[in-house]
Design a protein around this ligand. Structure first.
Ligand code: SF4
Length: 383
């Protein structure tokens, strides 16, 4: 790598030898303007972990309600109890959405929503149960750590009991939302009322101990500073050292429209790529880094596949949360489009299920194959 930056050269030495990067290394990466050098390092780590493959899945989002007791500054999705925009999906609507997902070949339902003032915990359990009764093969990735804590409070049970009841209903894994920024200087400003950093981490720790896999996110590009982002990544890395339960890290670019932070500009494409690359370099124990195209835009997500990302998410249908906040991406792209986007980026597409098994399709049916372990897959030539 050609860089005149002595600090980057030292970081490169560490990356090449597989040495863990420190908090100071993370700050040095944040302070550097040599995006190409940082991206090249992240790309090497990405290829070391995932060779030339880029993963996607076929999924559908369900947001059962947008009514929420909290008022996070960055949120354009929520509605008050008496807001005419507020809604709660009933059983027929939920099952109908699952049926559509099933007909379109989805392998996963991604379910997150607001924390309704009046709905009981049983409603959220039933959402999972209703779907599994009719579509047992669909993997349900549902409820952020913030929702899990809320359910525990309204049901007056522990986090462990909450997760056990959801697992019993058919919950398959946890999404990574609600992490925002862990550092208290930021968290108390943008979402001080909802689950604390310690609680978010404890929910995931408990989920991992119960055998669930989960993802993790970071909402960047608002009032966060480099030290907050590096602190966030290191806290995740420490929990992953402890449990090994995280699959994928997803940096989420802040979308200001219709939120209470609408005066803040959304992050630039350069920042998106830099955060992606730094995440890949700092999270040395996370197998996957995702470029969530719904938030990044398709073009930036494509480039991100050379800046540390190895996953591009799915053919997302009925996603409300980021589109309410101004995401201008389409609601879905077809499998053919997503594979073309990945091939254009010089990568080899692999359809995965939620738990990173290769999906094999035969006409309108599908089944999950072996777990994707890049060490056992023969490298495929670029191009
Ligand atoms: S981000 Fe989640 S918890 Fe916060 S206001 Fe929006 S829906 Fe509610």
């Amino acid at each position: 790598m050609a860089t005149d930056d002595a600090r980057l050269a030292e970081i490169e030495r560490k990356v090449e030898s597989g040495e863990r990067l420190s908090f100071e290394d993370g700050l040095a990466l944040e302070e550097s303007t040599d995006l190409i050098a940082i991206g090249a390092m992240a790309n090497r780590v990405r290829e070391r972990y995932n060779q030339n493959f880029a993963y996607y899945n076929v999924n559908m989002h369900i947001n059962p309600t947008n009514v929420c007791v909290f008022t996070c500054d960055f949120c354009a999705f929520r509605a008050d109890l008496d807001d005419p925009r507020g809604y709660v999906m009933d059983r027929d609507q939920i099952v109908d959405r699952a049926r559509k997902a099933n007909e379109r070949g989805a392998t996963e339902l991604h379910i997150v929503g607001g924390l309704h003032h009046k709905l009981p915990f049983d409603y959220y359990v039933d959402v999972v149960r209703w779907i599994k009764a009719d579509f047992p093969e669909l993997h349900i990735k549902a409820y952020t750590a913030v929702e899990i804590e809320f359910f525990a409070k309204i049901a007056r049970i522990t986090i462990r009991e909450t997760l056990e009841r959801l697992i019993d209903a058919g919950l398959g894994s946890l999404p990574g939302g609600g992490a925002e920024i862990f550092h208290p200087e930021v968290r108390k400003e943008i979402c001080g009322a909802k689950a604390s950093t310690e609680t978010w981490l404890e929910v995931h720790r408990t989920a991992h101990r119960l055998g669930l896999k989960s993802n993790a996110t970071m909402l960047y590009g608002h009032i966060d500073k480099p030290k907050h982002r590096i602190d966030h990544l290191i806290r995740l890395r420490e929990l992953q050292d402890e449990t090994g339960g995280f699959q994928t890290f997803i940096p989420l670019a802040f979308h200001p429209d219709n939120s209470r932070m609408a005066e803040i500009h959304k992050p630039s494409g350069l920042m998106d790529l830099k955060v992606m690359a730094i995440s890949r370099l700092m999270l040395d124990n996370f197998p996957h880094i995702k470029a969530y195209w719904v938030m990044l835009g398709i073009k930036t997500a494509q480039v991100a596949l050379s800046f540390g990302a190895d996953d591009i998410d799915g053919t997302v249908v009925h996603e409300k949360i980021y589109h309410e906040a101004g995401a201008e991406t389409p609601q879905e792209v077809s499998v053919a489009d997503i594979e073309r986007l990945i091939r254009e980026a010089g990568r080899t597409p692999i359809e995965r299920d939620t738990l990173y098994h290769k999906v094999n399709r035969d006409g309108s049916t599908w089944r999950s194959g072996d777990h994707i372990d890049v060490r056992t897959i023969e490298p495929v030539a670029v191009g």
